[in-house]
Design a protein around this ligand. Sequence first.
Ligand code: HEM
Length: 266
Amino acid sequence: MTISRSRTIDPVVLLARSLFDGHLFRCLFSFKDKKITMSGKKFRLWDLPTRLFHWLLVMTMLAAVVSGQLGGNLMDWHGRIGLLILGLLVFRLVWGVLGSTYACFLQFFPTPSRIRAYLSGEWQGEGHNPLGALSVFVLLGLLTAQVVTGLFANDDITFVGPLFELVNKAMSNRLTSVHQLISNVLIGLVVLHIAAIGFYGHFKKQKLLKPMITGWKEGDAVSASGGNFVALIVALLIAGAAIYGGSGAWLPEPPPPPPAAETPSW
Ligand code: HEM
């Protein structure tokens, strides 16, 4: 007699398998990936989530700078845009682990040996070159610091960041100064970033812009793989949670103001 047993698989195990089964390995050791097809002399460089992240970041950064400079009624929008940038950054951080080959941080992490090899003309690879990668990490790090300080900032008039209540006024003032300082550094870095793209296009004949738009790059390299749908959902959920956390919606309602004293009739 045979006894049939129905086995149930824990959904958490299923999710973990789907996310990491082979994927993390590809992310860490993507240069060993042989499973990829090449279409002619083009290969898939940037996946769609990375490109969407980049261009949404460009738009939201512009909107944040304009609304921050104009101030006044636009400060409410400045705050909302800041939360959106927070979500984008957290998404990119998660995508740097779960995303496809060239989006993975470990694939392009600028180690000293990679930078040395690049400077001596010996580096060979696709995606961010070691110097570009360095600027990507500096940009992402400063943007994160910018958004986090903004959550606690105040403009001394009517606007306060959504987590202002969690710090005292003196600390908020200090964080506001850092927020203003970083914004100037960031503007400088973005100008440098765009100039570098122009420099590579004009002098080194490396078309970096087109792959950031279409995802495809000309060449014989291995196409990006990994970064599946489940990974995308996980990254979006974590980004959503970060926006919720940053919005301060979970903070208790402030107590109502004390009732105004009655004005004597005389
Ligand atoms: C607010 C302005 C901008 C910010 C904050 C910004 C930030 C970034 C970041 C963080 C990356 C890394 C992408 C990733 O791995 O996720 C990147 C890459 C890139 N950006 Fe921008 N960017 C800005 C504007 C622009 C503009 C205007 C252009 C077009 C001229 C541009 C062209 C590119 C290109 C081509 C890459 C890929 C570089 C490579 O192949 O190594 N960016 N940018």
